[in-house]
Design a binder for this molecule. Structure first.
Ligand SMILES: Cc1cc2nc3c(=O)[nH]c(=O)nc-3n(C[C@H](O)[C@H](O)[C@H](O)COP(=O)(O)OP(=O)(O)OC[C@H]3O[C@@H](n4cnc5c(N)ncnc54)[C@H](O)[C@@H]3O)c2cc1C
Length: 444
């Protein structure tokens, strides 16, 4: 997974905005873009990252880091920087009056701890890490348009590959001046709305599930709880249980991050209003958290979660898409930070090979590696999500699970993508059965 080390003696970087052609231009400095830039810069490549906002900046999120994210941050040398964040041990699941605490499982590749840290702090930390490794980070700089060899020519179902992109027309948001930044390769990492990706012809497949979520910060006496909490029986205005969950993630600084997330499959549940859901959840949540709509520290904000590698194409001869711009969120649990870091790292490794002489063939390998790492797992997740989008099925599953710590432990491992390759435990066997079903009858 580690990018190759560069051996060329060329100067490491050229000033952005001059006539120089950089090795790589990364559009967006969220988890995906900053991780990609870090791994490229760490390997010695000349990489420019443009970020339209100035750090520190807000980003709507639950702020929950799972063991997969912690592993990636540790690999980027940020374990020490996490020390100031709120560390938690596992997940407390609540539904139908029952509560269960599940510690993160032991795993040879992932730590058994998570953190809750605002994206305001986290994203600045990772972007600065990339800059320290040698990436040029241009904040307040928006990639307004891709520089294309020729206009994208969509087929009947959209283009099969991203068009050749040679850089971007960027706007300095403070001075409103524009200029071109040119690069041999361009990485699209501009998040869930991905305007840049859409300008290249990428589209979300509407058959895939889409998450919609709303979150706010609240003061709480339980701000330093050692478990994150999820409520699996959130209800719409009619009192019907909807597919999704309500969460309370303690930040350890007097605040908790509270949110509701809803899964829309096959266009279902599109009409459910997340603000109504949030109010109902604040009312419903255990009183010990001390939550109320009036206690919000700022108006809650929402966003979309493109899941299951739902955005395509993700590869072109000179272009790769990563993170939310590739629809890389895990449909099982709505986790996207780790998958931003991981897809960014995979992309950096392939780009390193391309720059080392393999050329554009190495970029095609990115799609193969994505499929190897996440293809089947996400297919299983999509089928699972489709199944639980029927309210009755959802209720039976949750009620059954909540009666057995064994079942919930298995689900935590599967849904957190923390299965052990070296073990044949119940979770691993259960997942294999689900994967076999997904392979034989997609959409069972
Ligand atoms: C309400 C909510 C709660 C969530 N909770 C969690 C959670 O608890 N844990 C978890 O793991 N995931 C969570 N997610 C998902 C997670 O936020 C995303 O998956 C993750 O942020 C994806 O990272 P990214 O780098 O792909 O995109 P982003 O984080 O969106 O970063 C994209 C960056 O690109 C910049 N940008 C955009 N356009 C341009 C442009 N044209 N030029 C330059 N810069 C540009 C943006 O300013 C931004 O900084 C949640 C999502 C939502 C909406």
């Amino acid at each position: 997974m580690a990018p190759q080390t560069k051996t060329s003696s060329r100067p490491r970087r050229a000033a952005a905005g001059d006539d120089a052609v950089h090795d790589v231009l990364v559009v967006g400095a969220g988890p995906a873009g900053s991780a990609c830039a870090y791994w490229l810069a760490d390997a010695g490549w000349d990489v420019v990252v443009v970020e339209k906002k100035q750090f520190p900046r807000e980003k709507t999120c639950g702020d929950g880091l799972t063991p997969r994210s912690v592993r990636q941050l540790t690999d980027m040398g940020l374990a020490g920087a996490l020390a100031g964040a709120h560390r938690y041990r596992g997940l407390r699941s609540c539904a139908y009056g029952m509560t269960m605490e599940l510690a993160w499982p032991l795993h040879p590749s992932f730590p058994n701890v998570g953190y809750v840290i605002t994206r305001h702090d986290l994203d600045q930390m990772v972007a600065e890490r990339a800059a320290k490794a040698g990436a040029q980070l241009l904040q307040g700089t928006e990639a307004a348009e891709p520089l294309l060899a020729q206009a994208p020519a969509p087929g009947r179902n959209g283009p099969e590959r991203l068009p050749d992109c040679m850089g971007a027309l960027v706007v300095d948001r403070a001075t409103k001046t524009t200029r071109h930044i040119r690069a041999k390769y361009v990485v699209v990492a501009d998040g869930a709305n991905s305007r840049f990706g859409r300008a290249l012809g990428a589209e979300r497949d509407r058959d895939h599930p889409l998450g919609m979520a709303l979150r706010g910060y609240f003061r709480s006496p339980r701000h330093d709880d050692e478990f994150i909490e999820s409520h699996l029986d959130i209800r719409d205005a009619e009192g019907t249980v909807v597919p999704g969950y309500g969460w309370i993630f303690p930040l350890g600084d007097g605040r908790v991050n509270v949110g509701v997330g809803l899964l829309s499959t096959d266009g279902r549940h599109k009409g459910v209003n997340t603000t109504t859901l949030m109010h109902a959840f604040l009312d419903w949540a255990p009183k010990s958290w001390g939550l109320s709509p009036a206690g919000a520290l700022a108006p809650p904000t929402g966003g979309k979660l493109p899941m299951g590698l739902s955005v395509a194409p993700r590869v072109g001869a000179t272009t790769l898409a990563i993170g939310d711009a590739a629809g890389a969120i895990n449909p099982f649990n709505g986790e996207g930070i780790a998958y931003g870091y991981e897809t960014g790292r995979l992309a950096a490794a392939c780009l390193g090979r391309a720059l080392s002489g393999e050329g554009t063939a190495a970029l095609d390998d990115y799609e193969r590696q994505l499929q190897d790492a996440f293809g089947l797992y996400y297919q299983v997740a999509r089928d699972f999500v489709r199944m639980i989008s029927h309210p009755k099925v959802m209720e039976v599953c949750v009620r059954t699970g909540m009666h057995s710590e064994g079942i919930m432990g298995v689900l935590l491992k599967i849904m957190g993508n923390l299965l052990r390759p070296d073990e044949q435990g119940v979770a691993e066997v259960a997942y294999k059965a689900l994967a076999a079903a997904a392979r034989t009858v997609p959409g069972w």
